[in-house]
Design a binder for this molecule. Structure first.
Ligand SMILES: [Cu+2]
Length: 275
């Protein structure tokens, strides 16, 4: 039975491609990514019998919980997945317990239809073809503003105070009030822009990982920039991640952030640690 069904789907897909038809072939598996406190894509429309698999790509744990609690993943962490097979047509709204509630906050919906004919038509978008940027002849070294040693030291203390209060003392709102300026320009592609998004993100982190935190190993400052090299862990047993954060300081307040995050592997190729 299963074999025949699989063959039928394969045939449909081949025919669809051969005719150049813009129909969406029936899929037996659909994936949804969870990143930046969003379910991507959303909504998803699938046919009856489809298994939807959610993968958590965020630094914090999330849930996939039906509004009526007909299904519930429980908290699952970065890199983990949750799957649910939808056997009846209908609309299945869901939310994340720490970061949403039915209809608001972090929410999504799975629409389950009887047949492919009811699937929304996918219109292929032509891929944009940006002109390749000319490679610079030399590495641009922007002269940064002259800052006194005392001010560099104050900037470093502000950054260390900010991250320690937010991630270790679990007081992100207080940390933002004390250390962040009128804006917080965010360059981490998984995080939304602005001070409130930072507060929401760290609040979620603190709820999901009460024993998680940051151990700042070294701090470098030049001009209006401060860079930290840190060990982030989710709990005492977590190997954690090695993180470079860079902040820009304006009038003594943090106004901009970049970061690079590398999970610490189980079997490193050297014994030097990542710090
Ligand atoms: Cu969540």
């Amino acid at each position: 039975m299963q074999r025949w069904r699989a063959c039928g789907v394969a045939t449909v897909m081949v025919v669809a491609f051969a005719l150049g038809a813009q129909t969406v072939a029936a899929q037996e598996e659909v994936t949804v990514d969870i990143r930046g406190f969003l379910y991507v894509p959303d909504p998803v429309t699938v046919t009856v019998g489809t298994t939807v698999t959610w993968t958590n790509s965020d630094f914090v744990a999330h849930t996939v919980t039906a509004d009526d609690h007909a299904f519930d993943s429980d908290l699952f962490s970065r890199g983990e997945t949750y799957s649910m097979t939808f056997d009846a047509p209908g609309s299945y709204p869901y939310f994340c317990i720490p970061h949403g509630s039915p209809g608001s906050g972090m929410i999504g919906v799975v629409e389950v239809v009887d047949s492919e004919a009811e699937m929304p038509v996918a219109v292929p978008q032509p891929a944009p073809q940006p002109a390749p940027a000319p490679r610079p002849a030399s590495i641009p070294i922007t002269p940064r503003q002259q800052v006194s040693p005392a001010e560099l030291e104050r900037n470093k203390q502000a950054v260390v105070g900010f991250y320690t209060m937010a991630f270790n003392d679990k007081k992100p709102a207080e940390a933002v009030a004390q250390y962040v300026g009128p804006r917080y320009t965010q360059h981490n592609p998984l995080a939304a822009d602005g001070p409130q998004a930072f507060i929401d993100f760290v609040s979620g982190f603190a709820t999901a990982f009460p024993d998680g935190g940051v151990d700042i190993k070294r701090v470098i400052a030049e001009g209006d920039l401060v860079v930290t090299h840190s060990h982030f862990t989710l709990n005492p047993d977590d190997r954690g991640s090695a993180v470079f954060d860079m902040f820009r300081i304006e009038n003594g307040k943090i106004v901009e952030h970049w970061d690079v995050i590398q999970p610490i592997p189980e079997t490193p190729a050297n014994d030097n640690t990542m710090f």
